[in-house]
Design a binder for this molecule. Structure first.
Ligand SMILES: [Zn+2]
Length: 133
């Protein structure tokens, strides 16, 4: 069946992540063996392969790494949403995350962003109070 491609289909492992997102909290995974955080959630650490990894609440702060404005996407529901800003951001905790930047604001590399939630999915916007030039 054709589900919406932008909404999560949680499995037993990622359900914790999506449940938190539905409550407006962004979770990341932190490895107790090497101390590094990662995203998207995995059951083992992608840096050292340790399985001693636990959930941690992220600050929700990030900086913009790269982005592109998508003008054409025929897949629902993206078609009605174009143009939108597909972005890669660096979370304050370190992990790099593929996401979308929403709302107004001048985008520049390194721009300060903050997480917001759209239908339980974390996206980012230019942080309020961030210096804009
Ligand atoms: Zn590790």
């Amino acid at each position: 069946m054709a589900g919406r491609l932008d909404l999560p289909e949680p499995d037993a492992f990622t359900r914790t992540y999506w449940d938190a997102a539905a409550e407006g909290r962004l979770l990341i995974r932190r490895c107790r063996a090497c101390g590094r955080a990662h995203h998207y959630p995995r059951e083992f650490c992608p840096h050292c392969w340790s399985e001693d990894v636990s959930w941690e609440a992220a600050s929700g702060r990030a900086t913009l790494y790269t982005w592109s404005v998508v003008h054409r996407n025929d897949l629902p529901p993206f078609a009605e949403r174009t143009p939108y800003v597909a972005a890669v951001v660096d979370l304050a905790e370190g992990p790099r995350m593929m996401t979308e930047v929403v709302g107004a604001g001048e985008l520049s590399a390194g721009a300060e962003l903050e997480v917001v939630f759209r239908e339980g999915v974390p996206v980012f916007r230019v942080a309020r109070g961030a210096a804009t030039g």
